[in-house]
Ligand binder design. Structure first.
Ligand code: PHE
Length: 460
């Protein structure tokens, strides 16, 4: 298989679709709504949107730029640009933290949830949602979560799918599939919003999502909003460094990044509008946690005309959206193993995917056999943000709320203070002043300061 820089996206559109495909996934439709619900709604959302554009977008631009400049694996690119700027090659560790701690850590539970989504394709298609009520959806969900065997099977199927696609190389067909399928998912989510207007408690949802009560903001809410901004934009875990390496020189990075951020945030907000009207109409708890969509959407599909078909299509497309994200989580590790250890692509994919699968078993067991196992209890930590601190919660929290913010901080410091300003300006293809200046001030001063404040505020 060719080295990273020899393979390129076929066009600007293809790149944007792949990057948007990475950004849009379970983060928007599964994670965003449940975090918004757990963190009190609108104030969390306002913070999240602010973080996306003030911190996430500058970091996204930085990562794509370093990736394209270096043209290698995430770690290789960070090292290459460090060399060009005459600073320590040890900065490569930032890429390593993202690739292995962030990317594979995140992949480990991403595949568990995506497997759950896949399982629901079959439930939807077999008409199991028809006229289902809130009690019955909870029962269906509890039964799924109680079975370690079923969860493991779907976790395995989804991981295998991801490994297979990554092993075949990034361009193989997926680009085209995404071009047609992502817009269809978007249309279904919009259709759900319209159905929610008619059949759900739309007014309550709008109020919950868009009328912020800023007194609800505390350290935990702030950190969750920041972690979600990074999670949803696919930054700080090597992904955008890897995708930047495949980016042709004539594509405008700052424009593409802005499109990615806007599309990603838009889909999350629309998903919120599709889900919360049903949450309120059926008296479900907004803070139900990770099971929120599995509890809510089947009721909606079960009642709407054509719900069996629409529900089946929805879970199928959400699976595809998850695949275009999971491959981008595996890609950084694979490109590194290829580049440094000379592994072939198949081996590297199976090895890295296998590692993530094994760690993912901790998340599987957290729903059933090890539900009551609290591994940090010996340190006195039994809950995190009010939920039991079992393995699943610990892994998600560590990756999203520690590794990602720390990774973002390191990248901002590296790019803002160590990489030569002219290198970034040249690669971004921007003149001095204007947009470049705004971006540079954000990445050099604002992002590091804000990230340090958020981390200190939460952990001190
Ligand atoms: N952004 C993806 C989502 O929202 C998840 C992801 C995170 C993918 C980091 C790649 C890197 O589902």
């Amino acid at each position: 298989m060719a080295g990273a820089s020899e393979v390129q996206w076929s066009s600007r559109m293809a790149f944007i679709l792949a990057a948007v495909g990475s950004a849009i996934g379970l983060g928007n439709i599964w994670r965003f709504p449940y975090l918004a619900g757990e963190n009190g709604g609108a104030a969390f959302i306002a913070l999240y949107v602010f973080f996306v554009f003030a911190i996430g977008l500058p970091v996204l631009i930085a990562e794509l730029t370093i990736g394209r400049r270096g043209g290698k694996s995430p770690i290789g690119s960070v090292v290459a640009v460090a060399k060009e700027s005459n600073v320590s090659e040890r900065w490569g560790w930032v890429g390593a933290l993202g690739t292995f701690g962030g990317g594979l850590g995140l992949l480990s539970f991403y595949t568990v949830i995506a497997g759950w989504v896949m399982a629901y394709i079959i439930k939807a298609a077999s008409g199991m949602f028809t006229n289902i009520d809130a009690a019955a959806t909870s029962e269906m969900m509890n039964a799924y979560e109680a079975s370690a065997g079923t969860m493991t099977t779907w976790h395995l199927i989804f991981t295998a799918l991801t490994v297979f696609i990554v092993a075949k190389g990034i361009k193989g067909g997926l680009e085209k599939a995404v071009t047609y399928l992502m817009p269809v998912l978007f249309v279904i989510v919009i259709a759900l919003v319209f159905y929610a207007m008619a059949a759900g408690d739309f007014a309550a949802a709008v109020e919950f999502l868009f009328t912020p009560d800023f007194s609800k903001i505390d350290g935990a809410v702030t950190l969750n909003a920041l972690g979600q901004a990074f999670f949803s934009l696919s930054v700080t875990v090597g992904t955008m460094l890897a995708y930047g390496a495949y980016l042709p020189k004539d594509i405008s990075i700052h424009r593409s990044a802005t499109i990615i951020a806007a599309a990603d945030t838009g889909v999350a907000l629309i998903a919120g509008l599709a889900i919360f009207p049903f949450v309120f109409a059926y008296g479900l708890a907004p803070d139900s946690g990770p099971s929120l969509i599995f509890q809510t959407l089947p009721i909606a599909f079960g009642q709407m005309p054509g719900g069996t078909i629409i529900g089946t299509l929805f879970f199928t497309l959400l699976t595809i959206a998850a695949v275009t994200s999971s491959i981008s989580l595996l890609e950084p590790a694979v490109s590194f193993l290829e580049e440094r250890l000379n592994m072939n692509r198949w081996r590297a994919s199976i090895f890295a995917g296998g590692a993530a699968f094994i760690v993912g078993m901790l998340t599987v067991f957290s729903s059933n056999d090890w539900k009551d196992v609290l591994p940090l209890a010996f340190m006195g930590i039994e809950t995190i943000d009010g939920s039991p601190a079992h393995w699943a919660k610990i892994i998600d929290f560590t990756v999203s709320n520690i590794v990602m913010p720390v990774g973002g901080l390191l990248i901002a410091v590296y790019v803002g203070w160590f990489v030569k300003r002219d290198v970034m300006k040249d690669e971004l293809g921007l003149p001095e002043g204007g947009i470049f200046e705004i971006w540079h001030v954000l990445i050099k001063f604002f992002c590091p300061a804000a990230l340090i404040i958020v981390l200190l505020y939460t952990f001190m």
